[in-house]
Every structure is written in structure tokens, then in C-alpha cells.
Design a protein around this ligand. Structure first.
Ligand code: NDP
Length: 273
């Protein structure tokens, strides 16, 4: 599996998302099995958040990584409404308990909220000194937010990125690359939606004998410093996602995607889901 440096560690360029996991007890067994299968396939970076299933996803992750703590890199996130000086620490401690780990490798502010960034950062620093988090970062920050943050310790920015949502290519992505700030791309396969049945993705997939979702992942990963975190519960999807790390798109493929999903020509508001 191709790797990239994130928060001082070497992680796979493809990880596993967990949004929508931990919401339905009947799905839990399959979710745990999917994450374990992903770990076995090399998808050892797992992205979660206290928001997902209101703690349910973290608890699914906790079960899936039992016995595998040394192999995985866990990313979790604090709700903005919890991101005060005290609230961040308390939220992190609840997440640690649900995950069953002593340390979250990378802890993110989920999006910018009502608390001053300085308060959240103070809490992140306290958590880091106490060994409860490895590093910290942010999510859904645009260039202006990162400039307001102005902190070289920030380890990543996690944002929406796929061929249908290319706005960050205009400014955020080049800016982040210049700052050597890794980008984590969420919804990298556009939530498994219509994009996957579009003719251009189907034709490219046929050419490479892969699937349109794998084309999407290879497209997201064509750039340095980008990590993709697709979410999959279906075992077949997990296997395909892991295999997508080996797919390289040609100039012809990229030109066809540019025609179907044009790159931004001007600044666009940051897309979020
Ligand atoms: P994704 O783009 O990862 O799409 C997930 C959907 O695609 C699921 O329905 C899944 O189905 C399906 N799928 C997965 N793999 C394949 C495949 N190979 N072929 C066809 N379909 C496939 O969307 P998400 O919204 O889940 O985003 C990914 C992750 O990013 C989240 O889970 C979360 O961890 C993170 N995220 C972060 C946000 C933030 O604000 N920071 C916001 C949104 C997401 P199935 O599950 O049935 O296999």
C-alpha cells in the first residue's frame, strides 16, 4: 500500500471512513467486520468522530481495533459545540473510552464553531502534553480559516474532495501543499452516488478493468499530500478500495474527467456535507 506522512507517521494513502456506522445495532457486526477486513487489507488509517452515531461509530471502531492497536492510526473529531477549553478535554476523554485506546493519533476540530480557536488549541496542547492525543488538526477549514489559525503544529485539514467538488483546487489545495499541510479528502467517491454511473467514469473503469469508484479514488490520489478516506461496509467495496491505491490514471483519463467535471476557474465557497 502506498503511504504518505501524516502527523509524523507513515500512513496508507487510503483509509476507512465511519460516518453512518454505529447508528443501527443490527448493522454493527457487519461494520466491525468491514473495518477488520480493511485493516487486514492495509487500510489501517481509520477516520471517525464523536458526531457519528453520537459516539456509536467510535464504539464500533473500538471493537474493530481490539487487539490491533499497534497497527492502526486513529483520527477522531470534537464537535465545535464541545470545543471550549474544558469541553474539548472532556469530549476527548469520552472518545478515548469509546475507542478503548489511551491515545488518539490525530484529533481534529470538526468544523469552526463559536469558541475562539485559541481556546480549542489550548485544550489540544494540554491533551498532547498528557499523551491523550498524538497530534491535532482541523476539518472544513478554508484558506482564510487556516490563516487565522496560523499554527505550524496543525497536522492536517480534512475537507470534501471528489471530481464533483473540485473547488479546493483553486486555492486551498495549492496553499496547503505550499505549507506542507496534508489534506484528508472526505466523500472521495461522492458518497457512492450518480457520479459512479456517469459514462466517463464507466469508460475509464472499463479501460483499466476496474470500477468507477476506484477511478474516483485514483483521481483524488493523483496529487501529492492527499489521503482519501472512503467509507465502506460491503466487504467487496473494502477490497476494491484497498486495491485502488495501485491504480494510476493516464493523461487521457484525466483530460476526459476534466471535460466532464471541469476544474474551478475562480474562488468557490468551501463545499461541506
Ligand atoms: P464516501 O464518498 O466514502 O461514500 C460512501 C458510500 O460509498 C457508501 O454508501 C459505500 O457503500 C459506498 N462505497 C464505498 N466503497 C465503494 C466502492 N468501491 N464502490 C461503490 N460504492 C462504494 O462518503 P462518506 O460521506 O462516507 O465520506 C467518507 C468518510 O469521510 C466518512 O465516512 C467520514 O469518516 C468522513 N467525513 C468527514 C466529514 C467532515 O466533515 N470532516 C464529512 C463527511 C465525511 P457501503 O458502505 O454499502 O459499502
Amino acid at each position: 500500500m502506498r503511504t504518505v506522512e501524516l502527523a509524523g507517521k507513515s500512513v496508507p494513502v487510503i483509509g476507512q471512513g465511519t460516518w453512518r456506522m454505529g447508528e443501527n445495532p443490527e448493522a454493527r457486526r457487519d461494520e466491525v467486520a468491514a473495518l477488520r477486513l480493511g485493516i487486514a487489507q492495509g487500510l489501517t488509517l481509520i477516520d471517525t468522530a464523536e458526531m457519528y452515531g453520537e459516539g456509536g461509530a467510535e464504539s464500533v471502531v473500538g471493537e474493530a481495533i481490539r487487539g490491533h492497536h499497534d497497527e492502526v492510526f486513529i483520527v477522531s473529531k470534537v464537535y465545535p459545540h464541545n470545543a471550549s477549553r474544558q469541553g474539548t478535554v472532556a469530549a476527548c476523554e469520552r472518545s478515548l473510552k469509546r475507542l478503548g485506546v489511551g491515545c488518539i493519533d490525530l484529533y481534529l476540530l470538526h468544523w469552526r464553531g463559536q469558541y475562539p480557536l485559541s481556546e480549542t488549541l489550548e485544550a489540544f496542547e494540554r491533551l498532547r502534553e498528557a499523551g491523550k492525543i498524538g497530534r491535532w488538526g482541523v476539518s472544513n477549514f478554508d484558506v482564510a480559516d487556516l490563516q487565522a489559525l496560523a499554527n505550524p503544529d496543525c497536522a492536517t485539514n480534512q475537507v470534501l474532495y471528489n471530481p464533483q467538488a473540485r473547488g479546493i483546487e483553486f486555492d486551498l489545495l495549492p496553499w496547503s501543499r505550499e505549507q506542507r499541510l496534508p489534506t484528508m479528502a472526505y466523500c472521495p467517491i461522492a458518497q457512492g452516488g450518480q457520479l459512479l454511473s456517469s459514462p466517463v467514469f464507466q469508460q475509464i473503469a472499463e479501460r483499466h478493468q476496474v470500477t468507477p469508484a476506484q477511478v474516483c479514488l485514483a483521481w483524488v490520489l493523483r496529487q501529492e499530500g492527499v489521503i482519501a478516506i472512503p467509507k465502506a461496509v460491503s466487504p467487496q467495496h473494502v477490497r476494491l478500495n484497498a486495491a485502488a491505491a495501485n491504480l494510476r490514471l493516464s493523461a487521457q483519463d484525466l483530460a476526459a474527467i476534466d471535460q466532464a467535471c471541469p476544474p474551478p476557474l475562480r474562488k468557490q465557497p468551501l463545499s461541506m456535507v
